[in-house]
Design a protein around this ligand. Structure first.
Ligand code: FES
Length: 101
């Protein structure tokens, strides 16, 4: 079961492989915005994956297109609703500013 290290809090959570990163964060008390309910239309679940990006797979074209439309995006950006946890531990950084539409 992979561990998700959540920055800047420094809290470590665990969730089963294949779980949505958004769901894992919500289940563990992180109030990550998700205005569209995980339907890839708002971008409010934007965060940075600081470590372990290979474990969660590549960005699909739809996610990439939405990321391109929102400010503050970088090379480590992902949309938590589109990320499925892999077998390896990851570190994610929650944003201190509102993102998406
Ligand atoms: S919750 Fe809307 S894009 Fe992820």
């Amino acid at each position: 079961m992979p561990t998700v290290n959540v920055l800047p809090e420094g809290k470590a959570i665990q969730a089963a492989e294949g779980t949505s990163l958004l769901q894992a964060l919500l289940d563990n008390g992180f109030a990550l915005a998700h205005k569209c309910g995980g339907n890839l239309s708002c971008g409010s679940c934007h965060l940075f994956i600081q470590e372990g990006r290979k474990s969660v797979g590549r960005i699909a074209p739809g996610e990439n297109a939405l990321l391109d439309s929102i400010p503050g995006v970088g090379s480590k950006s992902r949309l938590a609703c589109q990320v499925k946890l892999g077998s390896e531990d990851i570190s994610v950084e929650l944003l201190s500013f509102a993102s998406g539409r």
